[in-house]
Design a protein. Structure first.
Length: 162
């Protein structure tokens, strides 16, 4: 795998909670398309500051016409579309949480993981303990991670089996 590609939402949650290190625990390079970077730094806030300081990010340019062409086909926003296109180009794993974007990515043959998958992998590799998993899970929800009751139940069932 050349690099992992990320959509905007995961990076926002990790930046807001000061946990971008969860990504560098698992991946050497985190690639994002320019469109995702633009979405991340649009506001002058903590996310912008932490993203600009996050050295593991590699910003990649894609052709605007390729993004525009696929946006209507995928019926996704520019950042999600660009992230999917970059992951296809890099033949990499895509970090994406939005249900519709994940479905489109998987239909394109991409492997996907979400914020909770990154959290579980950090636990599995002993970067954090079970109490920290619970703490970060709560923190992520407080910072805007939307998760269904079913997915929350599944997450903790999977965690308890590890």
């Amino acid at each position: 795998m050349h690099c992992v590609v990320s959509d905007t939402t995961a990076l926002i949650i990790f930046a807001k909670t000061d946990t971008l290190f969860f990504l560098t625990n698992l991946f050497e390079d985190i690639c994002i398309p320019q469109a995702v970077y633009d979405e991340l730094i649009i506001k002058d806030d903590l996310v912008r500051y932490r993203i600009k300081a996050f050295d593991a990010l590699k910003i990649e340019k894609l052709k605007e016409e390729d993004i525009a062409k696929c946006m209507s086909g995928f019926k996704l926003d520019k950042g999600e579309t660009a992230a999917i296109l970059l992951a296809l180009e890099k033949e990499g794993l895509l970090i994406i949480d939005e249900k519709k974007g994940r479905r489109v990515a998987q239909e394109q043959g991409l492997k996907t993981v979400g914020i909770l998958g990154i959290l579980i992998e950090n636990y599995r590799k002993n970067f954090i303990d079970i109490d920290e998993v619970r703490l970060y899970f709560t923190l992520f929800k407080e910072q805007g991670l939307r998760i269904s009751v079913e997915l929350e139940r599944y997450f903790f069932e999977k965690l308890n089996k590890m």
